[in-house]
Design a protein around this ligand. Structure first.
Ligand code: KG4
Ligand code: ZN
Length: 351
């Protein structure tokens, strides 16, 4: 009943000049709510990060994350509406991340979104978190349109996609084990640098030299898949050997060398995919897209190859609700992801 009414409402909305989406993201350790206009303009993007809370545990503790989402979410909503200069009466639809992510954390956002949508008689749009990461570039680059090749590099995913339309893509390659962000976080923890590892390794690598060869060859070189467990083990072995000898760890060089091993091959694969599919655009998506080395390296390589590369500003690379608002808008106008009160979180939602 609610869903049918909302489908009719969505059809009416498509004739409206401006569509305002209130978007909610709570899949991991950021509670975020944004107001996004027509999928392209960010009116507000309030992010309450729990990094300081999880730091002392060396990683995200799921139960702690859920509780903190619950405590933060109402204030984040108030602030988001205030920054956007709107009230709930101005909102046309509610979009929410329903997977992939931590189940308890997702549950907070999904239930909050259901309540808001139902109480305010608004359509509820379910959004895949990774589609949100891809959409971050629609907010940053107004001219960007599919098709393009997308390199997804986050804490939970490493994949190369062919994005054929705003809501459609095909998976071309992915990691066979750890995600690249996960490898950053694990190596960081092993080096005693703390959580989250990506930004720490990024910073220290700038002071180091990539003079350590961690892996001899990419066993997946002929495929578009990748693997990070071998690299992780190589770094662990290197560190253990030096520790056993009582030698000092060249932390900065380890960071720089790890980055080269983690990133270079991935970039080459994305370029190969772009050429194979005759596409001249590569979009970076996900938290690791904030990495300075990755950004600089892909800039250079794509220039050499005559390709255009897009990556969002750093704050839009890591988890935020604005990207969910953009993906939610494209779902809405394509009548995809229309949900009702039966919506439940999908912790392992595929790409
Ligand atoms: O996309 P994201 O915010 O969350 C997921 O959807 O997984 O990605 C988080 C990941 C973490 O592994 C974090 O260490 C990594 O992105 N990350 C970075 C940087 N900033 C965040 N990795 C490398 N360099 C960075 N500057
Ligand atoms: Zn994410």
């Amino acid at each position: 009943m609610y869903k049918q009414k909302m489908i009719e409402k969505v059809r009416e909305l498509k004739n409206k000049k401006d569509i305002l989406i209130l978007a909610i993201e709570s899949s991991c350790d950021e509670t975020s709510i944004a107001v996004v206009k027509n999928g392209r303009e960010v009116l507000s993007n309030v992010i309450s990060s729990q990094i300081e809370i999880h730091k002392r545990f060396g990683g995200v503790v799921p139960e702690v994350a859920s509780r903190n989402h619950t405590m933060a979410i109402v204030n984040v909503l108030d602030e988001s509406l205030q920054v956007a200069g709107v009230t709930l009466k101005d909102i046309d639809a509610v979009a929410v991340t329903y997977g992939a992510g931590l189940i308890g954390a997702l549950m907070v956002g999904v239930n909050f979104a259901k309540g808001l949508a139902y109480a305010n008689n608004l359509p509820l749009i379910a959004v895949n978190h990774i589609k949100g990461h891809i959409a971050a570039s629609y907010l940053a680059f107004k001219e960007l349109k599919p098709p393009f090749i997308c390199l997804v590099v986050s804490g939970g995913h490493t994949a190369i996609l062919k994005v054929t339309d705003y809501t459609k893509h095909t998976l071309i390659g992915s990691t066979l084990d750890d995600a690249v962000g996960e490898a950053y976080d694990k190596v960081s923890r092993m080096l005693g640098l703390g959580y989250p590892g990506g930004p720490k390794i990024d910073k220290l690598a700038k002071e180091g030299e990539a003079n350590i060869q961690f892996t001899s060859r990419d066993k997946l070189a002929k495929t578009f898949n990748s693997s990070y467990s071998g690299l992780k083990t190589a770094v662990i072995n290197y560190v253990h050997t030096l520790k056993q000898k009582g030698a000092e760890l060249p932390i900065n060089d380890i960071c720089a060398s790890f980055q080269v091993a983690a990133i270079d091959g991935l970039i080459e694969k994305a370029i190969k995919v772009a050429k194979k599919h005759k596409m001249n655009k590569i979009v970076l998506a996900g938290g690791v897209a904030a990495n300075s080395y990755l950004r600089a390296r892909i800039d250079n390589r794509s220039k050499e190859e005559g390709l255009t590369v897009y990556y969002p500003p750093r704050v839009m690379c890591t988890d935020n609700a604005a990207m969910i608002g953009s993906a939610g808008y494209y779902n809405l106008i394509n009548e995809e992801g229309m949900a009702d009160l039966s919506l439940t979180p999908k912790p392992s939602l595929p790409l």
